[in-house]
Structure formats: C-alpha cells, structure tokens
Design a protein around this ligand. Structure first.
Ligand SMILES: *[C@@H]1O[C@H](CO)[C@@H](O)[C@H](O)[C@H]1NC(C)=O
Ligand SMILES: *[C@@H]1O[C@H](CO)[C@@H](O)[C@H](O)[C@H]1NC(C)=O
Ligand SMILES: *[C@@H]1O[C@H](CO)[C@@H](O)[C@H](O)[C@H]1NC(C)=O
Ligand SMILES: *[C@@H]1O[C@H](CO)[C@@H](O)[C@H](O)[C@H]1NC(C)=O
Ligand SMILES: *[C@@H]1O[C@H](CO)[C@@H](O)[C@H](O)[C@H]1NC(C)=O
Ligand SMILES: *[C@@H]1O[C@H](CO)[C@@H](O)[C@H](O)[C@H]1NC(C)=O
Ligand SMILES: *[C@@H]1O[C@H](CO)[C@@H](O)[C@H](O)[C@H]1NC(C)=O
Length: 526
C-alpha cells in the first residue's frame, strides 16, 4: 500500500531550495493548500470503467480498459482504448456513473498480428491501440490505431461509431508502438501529425497529409531538425501550426545529453520547396527554445516540458500555459510558465542560430547574411513569391540548414507562475479555467500529478504591459484516482498514471483519464 510521505530532502533538492530561496524571495516557501479534500469524498463521483448502460461493472471476464486517448465534443466523450472505441454521454452532469452508449471493437486482423509477433513484439503490444482521435467534421471522427505495429486510420461516424469508407495507412500519422507520444490536429481539412514513421521509431516527423495541399514532411535524419524529439502538443494560431516538444539540444557543446523544450512552427499554406531543394518538405519549419526558468544569481531551468494547454485569452493576450519538470534523474520539481503567442511569433522573426563547422560553437547569424525574403516566411498570392515552391534556392537552402532560432521564447513575467518542489509525484498535466469564480473573471490553474493528485491554484495574471503574474494561491489538493474502481486489487502501479486532465465547464467538473478508467470530479468541493 502506498503511504503518503514527503521524500527526505536530498542534497540536490536542498541546493534547489537554496537557489529558489535566493531568487529575490520569489519562491521562498511552498505553503500548503487552503483545503484538502477528505479521503472518502471521491466515492461520490462518476467513473467510466468500460461498462454499458445500467451496469456498474463491465461484463464478467472483460479485460481492463487500456485507454490511450480521450476526446470531448460538446457533451459527449469519445474514448480511444485498446481494440475499442467508446462513446459516453456526459449528460446529465449529476449522473452518478458514466456508461457507454456505443462501443465499437476494432481489432487487428490475424495476419497483422502474426507479422507483428514474427518481428519480435510481445502479444500485448500486437494489438490495436487508438493513438489518434480527432473530430474531422460535424459528423465524422478520424481515428488511427497502432494496429499491431502496422498503423491504420479511418473515418468513423460520430453517432454510430461505424467505420465510414476505407482504411488508409497510418504511417507518419500514428506511431507503430503504443508507447510512443504523438500529436495530431486537423486544420482546414489538412491533418498535421507529429510522430515517428517507422517500426524502429528512428524517423521522427512533423507531417501534413489529406486536404488539398501536397503532403509534406520534415527533413529525414537531420539532427538539426530533430534529435530524439518527444512531441507534447500542437495548436493552430494565425497562419501557422505550432508544435510543442522536447528534444536533445544540439546547440550545447556538452558531452552529456541535455533535454530542452521547444516550440516549432510551419505555415499552413506551405506547399514545399523546389524540385532542387526541400521538395515535398517544409520550407517554413523553424524552432525555438522555450525559457521556463527561475531568475536569480544562478539561473534554474525547468527543461522538460510535460503538457501544454490550448491558446486561451488572458488579460487580452493569447496565451498558452505549459508545465515543465526537472529531468527524472534530478530533484523532483515542476513549474508552470505562460507564453504569449505573439512573443512566440516574434522569436521566429528574430535572429537565426548556426554552427559554422562541426567543432565550432553555435552563434547568431548576422542579419546581413540572412537572405530576403525572410527564410521560413509564408508565401502567399500577391507577394513576390506566391507559393513556397517558387522561393529561390538560396532561401530554401538557408531554411534547410538553419531551423533553429537564436533566442529562446521568454515566459510571461520572466519567471514561472507556479513552482512546486515538494510534491511527492511529478506534475505532468495542466488545465486552465479563465472564466472561474462567481463573476467568471478569475483564473484557476489545475495541475495533475503522475498519480492523479490535483493541485488547484488561483492566479492573477497581470493585464499590464509586462504581463507578469501576481502571487498565486494554492487553493486545494484532491485525489482523482479511485483504487476501488480504476485498478484491479493487487494490480500494478502503472494503472495509476494520469493520462489526461480536461476541464468540462458545462458540468463544472474535471475529467481525469487513467489507463483503466475516466473519473469526473467537480472543480470545487463546497
Ligand atoms: C457542438 O456545439 C456547437 C454549439 O452548440 C455546435 O455548433 C456544434 O455543431 C456541436 N458539435 C457537434 C459535433 O455536435
Ligand atoms: C473521410 O471523411 C472526409 C470528410 O469528412 C472525406 O473527405 C474523406 O474522403 C473520407 N475518407 C475516407 C477514406 O473515407
Ligand atoms: C480496416 O481495418 C480493420 C482492421 O485491420 C479491418 O477489420 C477492416 O475490415 C478494414 N476495413 C476496410 C473497409 O478495409
Ligand atoms: C504565381 O505566379 C505565377 C507567375 O509568377 C503565375 O503564373 C501563377 O499563376 C501564380 N499562382 C498563383 C496561385 O497565384
Ligand atoms: C531565460 O530568461 C531569463 C530571465 O529573463 C534570462 O536571464 C535568461 O538569459 C534566458 N535564457 C535564455 C537561454 O534565453
Ligand atoms: C471580478 O468581477 C467582480 C465584480 O465585477 C470584481 O469585484 C472583481 O474585482 C473582479 N475580479 C478580478 C480578478 O478581476
Ligand atoms: C502589475 O504589473 C505592474 C507593472 O509591472 C505592477 O506595477 C503592478 O503592481 C502589478 N499588479 C499586480 C496586481 O501584480
């Protein structure tokens, strides 16, 4: 049994505490929450464990769920599982249990399973894990499954969950291995995906397919473009799609591998380069580091991005909130930083960074050595170059060899809005409510730990030009994992891994997904 305990301070932790304490008194202490929910409160809230209408438990002998993705569309929740897809109504908000109204089973066929087994994969991996679950139009879901290491995608009816039309290949749209992180997004009928394209998971891509424009990808096997990336999130903003990820930094001349967090962007209307340079590849791919650090005499960086929210409007600014942690071999610490999308975009208009030779250090490219029009910009009809394929080779070559921006994106206020170093588990999920409180004008941030503990904070984003944040108040802490429903007794701890955390404003609740269940808990307990 797990017993709550605070880990004994390790020397490195003490060092961080000293650093934080020295940070102009910004984070000298971490007060406890104003309230902690009583231990039994959770038993009142609804849970989805894979049972059909009117049943509290799944049918006898049914496998535990193995949830991969959840998608909420208005008052309906779609749950992508292993070999199954569920449709669950969230109405009425007072219901005491969550049941599926529809269930669709989509198994890999025996020949795909055989090939998967022959390639040396375990039986448990050679199944169909739903890794992409998107709304394609009002009536259609787009679903991809790992399909026994031979990924497939198809349209499904939002009402009946029946497949519509043919399967298409999931290559570059969906990972082969269910353990791999991937992101996917539809915009203007085009599918933007970030994943690995091969069985061995060596070739990482940002890929665009479907829709009216040509299929495009990032340059293959070029460590300037990607080095062991882990994709976290994607958002559409203006004429670009932005991808949030972390990767090994190649711009540091260190011997050890250092992970940094990044944002990359591509133009939605990119059609690829010329037949000579970057054909069928992005001409607009650029990336920049995200700076989530605690100021002070010696700067402390939170480098490992775990999750990012969608773009929300805060104080009139388009903002994303991201949660970062320290590397797993380091002291456990987490921080929430806010980034203004206009500042993200500004960094992509700034200087480029380059390494002149494999031995030299990375330096900014002098502005007079940057060709015009600016590499990475979006071509458009009416401009000098009306399509990206018309750009001169000089520009295409520059962007191919200079995907990294010199400056890091500053966080709003140049400091994290929330820092936690004394939590038992790493914080890995974030959700934000910008319309909270009795007047709908307060901002509440929910942080979810690996084990499903939710920490709720009130923040005061400062609408002034600097966009700093006032002090945050740690309102409460509560659990979302229900050991009685969400895991077999004696089951492994891995069932208690928070997969996603989503705000469901209409029901005043949070939806927390774990491998074996989805739990709905109210955002406030009074
Ligand atoms: C979701 O709700 C909006 C607003 O009521 C509506 O316009 C939209 O069609 C709904 N989406 C689906 C897929 O039902
Ligand atoms: C999937 O649905 C979209 C429209 O929602 C349609 O354009 C496309 O052809 C469909 N694909 C297949 C394979 O049926
Ligand atoms: C799609 O793939 C699944 C799994 O391999 C298979 O059962 C189904 O028949 C396929 N559907 C079509 C229309 O090809
Ligand atoms: C782009 O410009 C070329 C001439 O420079 C013209 O032939 C072509 O039709 C234009 N395409 C579009 C989409 O405007
Ligand atoms: C990150 O931001 C801090 C605070 O503004 C700044 O001092 C530091 O130089 C920045 N780091 C990078 C890599 O830009
Ligand atoms: C929210 O609105 C109420 C009533 O208009 C006002 O008293 C309060 O100061 C506002 N709070 C914030 C954080 O803007
Ligand atoms: C907001 O920022 C301005 C400028 O930095 C500062 O003067 C003001 O005190 C801040 N307000 C709050 C509530 O933090």
């Amino acid at each position: 049994m797990r017993t709550p305990r605070v880990p004994p301070p390790r020397p490195a932790l003490l060092l961080l505490l000293l650093l934080l304490g020295g940070a102009h008194g910004l984070f000298p202490e971490e007060p406890p929450p104003l309230s902690v929910a009583p231990r039994d409160y959770l038993s009142h809230y609804p849970v989805f464990v894979g049972s059909g209408p009117g049943r509290l438990t799944p049918t006898e002998g049914a496998e535990d769920l193995n949830i991969q993705r959840v998608l909420r569309v208005n008052r309906t929740l779609f749950i992508g599982d292993r070999d199954n897809l569920y449709r669950v109504e969230l109405e009425p908000p007072t219901s005491t249990e969550l049941w599926y109204q529809r269930k669709l089973t989509w198994r890999s066929n025996p020949s795909d399973i055989n090939v998967c087994r022959m390639k040396g994969k375990q039986e448990g991996e050679c199944r169909n894990f739903v890794k992409v679950l998107l709304l394609r139009d009002e009536a259609t879901l787009f679903v991809c499954g790992s399909n026994a290491f031979n990924p497939l995608c198809a349209n499904y009816s939002i009402d009946t969950l029946q497949p519509l039309g043919d399967n298409i290949s999931g290559m570059a749209r969906c990972p082969y291995d269910p353990k791999h992180a991937n992101v996917a997004l539809f915009s203007e009928g085009m599918l933007f995906t970030a994943t690995v394209t091969d069985f061995l998971a060596i070739d990482a891509v940002i890929y665009r397919s479907l829709g009216d424009r040509p299929t495009l990808r990032t340059v293959k096997h070029d460590s300037k473009w990607f080095k062991e990336p882990y994709f976290v999130h994607a958002v559409e903003w203006g004429s670009h799609i932005y991808f949030f990820f972390r990767e090994i930094a190649m711009e540091f001349n260190y011997l050890e591998k250092v992970v940094v967090s990044r944002v990359a962007r591509v133009c939605k209307n990119d059609v690829g380069g010329s037949p000579r340079v970057l054909e069928k590849q992005w001409t607009s791919f650029l990336k920049a580091r995200l700076n989530c650090s605690v100021p002070g005499d010696s700067h402390f960086y939170f480098n490992v991005m775990q999750a990012v929210t969608g773009v929300v409007s805060l104080g009139g600014r388009p903002i994303v909130l991201a949660i970062f942690s320290t590397p797993s071999n380091s002291i456990p610490g987490s921080a929430v930083c806010a980034f203004d999308m206009t500042q993200v975009a500004a960094v992509f208009e700034g200087r480029f960074r380059e390494q002149k030779s494999p031995e030299s250090i990375w330096t900014p490219v002098p502005e007079d050595q940057v060709p015009r029009p600016r590499p990475g910009c979006c071509a458009a009809p009416g401009m000098q170059y009306n399509a990206s394929s018309a750009f001169p080779d000089e520009i295409l070559n520059f962007v191919k060899t200079h995907p990294l921006m010199d400056e890091a994106v500053p966080s709003l206020g140049h400091a994290p809005w929330i820092v936690r170093t004394l939590t038992r588990h790493q914080l890995t999920r974030v959700a934000v409510d910008v319309g909270a409180g009795p007047w709908g004008n307060q901002t509440v941030v929910f942080l979810g730990s690996e084990a499903g503990t939710i920490l709720k904070f009130l923040v005061w984003p400062n609408a002034s030009a600097l966009g700093t944040s006032g002090p945050s108040v740690f309102l409460e802490e509560f659990e979302t994992y229900r050991p009685d429903r969400c895991g077999r007794p004696g089951g492994s701890e891995t069932g208690q891994r928070l997969l996603s955390l989503e705000l469901d404003v209409a029901s005043g609740g949070l939806l927390a997904a774990f491998p074996h269940c989805v739990v709905r808990v109210p955002v406030a307990r009074c």
